[in-house]
Design a protein around this ligand. Structure first.
Ligand code: PEP
Length: 246
């Protein structure tokens, strides 16, 4: 099965109506045929999803959210459900980003519950995993990744095949210090092995962590890197499109 490359932008908590309009209009105008071989997705803060729906509908650029509730509805003040994201045309949702895990205490069990809720609603969950710098230095990368993925790997193969996994070493996020293509590939190959054992070998595995227009092409040459999750560089249209076209 040939997999289409996937390049996703994570705007984090950045943007304004004016800035977003400028960025999205430039993405649409300069897209060229970058989308012919690559799925291109932007993930915005919740309040701007209506703007994305308005500006991106009919364009080849897809959109999604950066988080959601594990619950469908109810007394969960401040939360946003998968169905609400669907109302605004989202097809994608990032789950378990390292900032959510580190700053908001998201556990593997919670990420699993959110993943199940997203699948139930027909969204594609992009589940983020990755080790911290200390874990990296202590050679614990594989055990950390295994722990983060273990419960997800018990999903039925049919469900598992609908996921995307993003490998994002925490030490590479927002630091300008990307993993080398070889370093990333070795972790992606490990994740691929786990997915193969779980009968979902074709799940797309994205790399994230200081991806930029200069390093993207070399990362994408690696056999198990199926695309990128891009933070900082997704806020600049030229940079994001160069990565998508790399
Ligand atoms: C991210 O936020 O998921 C990310 C990878 O950020 P950056 O590209 O800025 O390292």
């Amino acid at each position: 099965m040939t997999k289409k490359r996937l390049v996703m932008g994570n705007w984090k908590m950045h943007g304004s109506l004016d800035q977003n309009a400028q960025l999205l209009n430039q993405l649409i105008a300069d897209l060229g045929n970058a989308h012919s071989q690559t799925d291109i997705v932007v993930c915005a803060p919740h309040p701007y999803l209506a703007q994305l729906q308005q500006l991106l509908s009919g364009s080849p650029i897809q959109w999604g959210a950066q988080n959601m509730s594990e619950h469908e509805a109810g007394a969960f003040t401040g939360e946003v459900s998968a169905t609400m994201l669907k109302d605004f045309g989202c097809q994608w949702v990032l789950l378990g980003h390292s900032e959510r895990r580190a700053l908001y205490g998201e556990t593997d069990t919670l990420v699993l519950a959110k993943t199940q809720a997203a699948l139930q609603a027909g969204l594609t969950p992009v589940v983020c995993v990755g080790e911290t710098e200390a874990e990296h230095e202590q050679n614990q990368t594989q055990s950390v990744i295994l722990q983060q993925l273990q419960q997800l790997l018990e999903l039925s193969p049919d469900l598992l095949r609908r996921l995307v996994i993003a490998y994002e070493p925490v030490w590479a996020i927002g630091t300008g210090k990307s993993a080398s293509p070889e370093q990333a590939q070795s972790v992606h190959a490990y994740i691929r092995g786990l997915l193969q054992q779980a009968e979902a070998p074709n799940v797309r595995i994205l790399y994230g962590g200081s991806v930029n227009p200069t390093n993207a092409a070399d990362l994408f040459k690696m056999p198990d890197i199926d695309g990128a999750l891009v933070g900082g560089a997704s806020l600049k249209a030229n940079d994001f499109l160069s990565i998508a076209a790399a």
